[in-house]
Design a protein around this ligand. Sequence first.
Ligand code: C5P
Length: 232
Amino acid sequence: MTARKPEIALALDVANQQEALAWVKKTKGLVDLYKVGLQLFTAEGPGLVKAIQKEGGKIFLDLKFHDIPQTVQKACESAAALGVDLLTIHALGGVNMMQAAAKVMQSNPLRIVAVTALTSHSEEAWQNQVGQKAALANDALRLAQNAKAAGLAGVVCSALEAKNLKTKLGDDFVLVTPGIRLSGGNADDQERVATPELAVQNGSHVLVLGRAVTESKEPCVVLQNIRNDIKL
Ligand code: C5P
């Protein structure tokens, strides 16, 4: 069996292209994917994606699309044309929407993954939105199963849920895990955190690192240590 190597994604949670490119230049060779989210993409647009690619960086475009199937399919086509490697949509957009997105993967080399339930939802908030009978953990699994059935490449999930999802959905289904923290590190506003080693043991394929790296005094040392710990 050849185990797939996990990938490190660095969340570029910064306001502008200048700051984003400074991180890309500084962390070259230590990061596999740069995560561009709503804040940065809304501020800087596709030009920023091109600028990171020019530096040799691969892009994880975290825009979490959620709209009618045709609109999402077209948006995924636009993302594919930008040459992004990884893209997020919302599983709550429905199976038809996910199937429409999955069609884009048939003719483009990108991986589209679904967000099941946002980690910012509490059980109470989830029930308030989805219905009194809703149960977050069950719903997250059901939404992940829908994502797989629709033909998507994987889901975004907590590293703590990854083990269960890997068992139920197989090793080829990509698990992207935010909320990674170093042992003894600050959890910030994340509730369900895991160390890089635990995330990989649980079956995570893409470890999303944000503040654990960007707020450290020596970000490159932290990244190198993580790579050593997970044998990259
Ligand atoms: O700084 P931190 O490691 O918490 O950053 C995690 C990154 O992953 C942020 O960009 C955050 O928006 C993103 N994310 C998350 N939880 C999700 C999906 C994305 O924390 N379910």
